[in-house]
Structure formats: structure tokens, C-alpha cells
Ligand binder design. Structure first.
Ligand SMILES: C[S@@+](CC[C@H](N)C(=O)[O-])C[C@H]1O[C@@H](n2cnc3c(N)ncnc32)[C@H](O)[C@@H]1O
Length: 280
């Protein structure tokens, strides 16, 4: 049930993740960080440390990192930013993750590309753990369900057809499957997090951080088409045993979209949200 992530995939998405993150989240967080004299961070679902690399140069005086991930090989690749103490915890976010929040005295609990994998129960428990410890929360790059093709890079007009819609719907249904922490919120995770943190008395910002992909990101675009094809086919096969016509449509779609990418003229937007919650 738990999902594994290839280091190659994480490396491919990291530059696009970093350039897509909402700058406003840092403009809002940095003053609170400085004013509070904060210095300790827990990063949940760290992978190879993309979020560490992003935050280390943007928040001054980080003294302690606690990085939690179930995958020891990924975690071993995470950096140890200059001068900071780094604790790597190999374990599940439902147990070790909450223990880390309770035991680390962290003022900031964070994660990137994580919230769409979690269930509402897990997210409620996360909000409770943050509130108990008085920590702020920053969860970046939560997929929001939007996938839009464009005729060219920089052209905001959608150029989607019915098969693009079929793939998007099937992928989004697949996103709601259990990824190891209960039925996943998928595209609903950003809005659900906003609601739960607000109900817990936090000041909350939900900011757009879409991937805007073009010809310079062809390798990432190809990997997305491959992943979406596999997810959509799996979803359609299970949802409708008689759905072979739709499976054929997805296979044909993937061939067409690969040639769109190979043509060197395309744009692709994948919606993401960054959630910042500061104690009220
Ligand atoms: C999409 S990756 C994101 C990694 C990294 N934060 C980044 O932005 O590149 C999700 C990470 O969460 C970890 N993860 C997912 N479910 C987990 C669980 N139940 N317990 C611990 N780690 C988990 C995975 O091993 C993976 O490293």
C-alpha cells in the first residue's frame, strides 16, 4: 500500500519545485521566524532533502533539523546544511513523524510534495500535534488536481481535448487511493489543510505554486505522461472492467502527448498549492 519514490524522479522535479514555490509564503514566514528567534525545523517526508535545500538558504540561523522518512536510502542523500545539527529518523509519518514533532521542540513543521498523499485523519492529527507544540506549519507543492496543456510555452489558453480530460479525471481518482496513511486526500488536501489549521486557530495562507512546464523541462514532461498513463490505465481497469475502450483512449493519448513534447512546442500547467499556517 505504501508508495515508493525513485531518487531520479525526485531529482527531476526538484528544480521545477523550487522555482514554482510561492515566494509569498517565505515573505510571510521569514518575519515570524526572525521575530520569534526560531531555529528548529521538522521536515516530514524529506526524501532526498529538496525542502531542506530550499529552506536552508531562505531562513536564517537554522540550528536543528529533524528529517523523517520511511525510506532510509532517500534520507541518506539529504544534505546537512552548514553548521546545523541534523537528525535523520527512518520511520512512518503516523508514528515517528508525530513523535518528532512532540520531542524536537521545533518551531516549524514542514514538508513538500507530501500532503496529497495523506488522509484526513492523518492531517487532523498533524494539526493537533502542531497546535500542542505551538509550531508553525509550511506544506509546499500539494497537487491540486489541475492539469492543463497549452499550444505553446507562455500561452495561458488551455488546449485540452476530451482525452486530456479523461486522463485528468482518472489520475485524480487514482490520487485518492490509500498511499500508506489512509485514503489519500489527493487534490482536496490543500483546501482540507487550510480548513483544519484555521479551525485550530491558526492564521492560514493557501498560495498557488503551479508547475509551468515547457520545452526546457521535456524530461519531466515525459515522466509525467508515463506516470499519468500508468495511473489512468490502472484506475480505469479497476473502476470499469468493461472500460477497455477508455484504456485504448489513454494509450493513444500517451502516444499523442509524447509527440507533442517531442515537437518542442508545448506548455503544461500542473496545479499545486503551498499552505502556510502561523500560530494565531
Ligand atoms: C513525493 S516525495 C517528496 C520528497 C521530498 N519532500 C521532496 O519534496 O522531494 C514523498 C516522500 O514522503 C515519504 N513518505 C510517504 N509516505 C510516508 C510514510 N507513511 N511514512 C514516512 N515517509 C513517507 C516518501 O518516502 C517520500 O520520500
Amino acid at each position: 500500500m505504501s508508495t515508493t519514490f525513485e531518487p531520479g524522479w525526485l531529482a527531476l522535479r526538484e528544480p521545477v519545485d523550487h522555482r514554482s514555490r510561492a515566494a509569498a509564503a517565505m515573505s510571510l514566514l521569514a518575519p515570524a521566524w526572525r521575530a520569534g528567534g526560531w531555529s528548529r525545523i521538522v521536515d516530514l517526508g524529506s526524501g532526498t532533502g529538496s525542502n531542506v535545500r530550499y529552506l536552508a538558504s531562505r531562513l536564517p540561523g537554522i540550528r536543528c533539523w529533524t528529517l523523517v522518512d520511511q525510506d532510509a536510502d532517500l534520507l541518506a542523500r539529504a544534505p546537512a546544511p552548514n553548521g546545523a545539527e541534523v537528525t535523520r529518523v527512518v520511520g512512518d509519518l503516523a508514528g515517528a513523524g508525530f513523535d518528532a514533532i512532540r520531542e524536537s521542540d521545533a518551531e516549524l513543521v514542514t514538508g513538500s510534495a507530501l500532503l496529497d498523499l495523506v488522509s484526513k485523519d492523518w492531517l487532523s492529527a498533524l494539526v493537533g500535534a502542531c497546535r500542542e507544540s505551538g509550531s508553525a506549519a509550511l506544506f509546499a507543492l500539494t497537487y491540486d488536481g489541475a492539469i492543463e496543456w497549452h499550444a505553446d510555452e507562455g500561452d495561458p489558453r488551455p488546449a485540452d481535448g476530451p482525452d486530456d480530460s479523461l486522463v485528468r479525471r482518472s489520475v485524480n481518482a487514482h490520487q485518492r487511493r490509500d498511499k500508506g496513511l489512509g485514503p489519500a486526500l489527493g487534490p482536496m488536501a490543500g483546501l482540507t489543510g487550510e480548513m483544519l489549521f484555521r479551525a485550530a486557530g491558526y492564521r492560514v495562507w493557501l498560495l498557488r505554486s503551479p508547475w509551468r512546464i515547457g520545452t526546457g523541462d521535456a524530461e519531466l514532461a515525459r515522466a509525467l505522461v508515463e506516470g499519468w498513463e500508468a495511473a489512468a490505465v490502472e484506475q480505469l481497469r479497476e473502476a470499469t472492467p468493461e472500460g477497455s475502450h477508455d484504456v485504448d483512449r489513454v494509450r493513444t493519448w500517451a502516444v499523442r502527448r509524447r509527440s507533442t513534447i517531442d515537437s518542442g512546442r508545448f506548455g503544461l500547467t500542473v496545479g499545486h498549492l503551498d499552505l502556510l499556517a502561523l500560530p494565531g
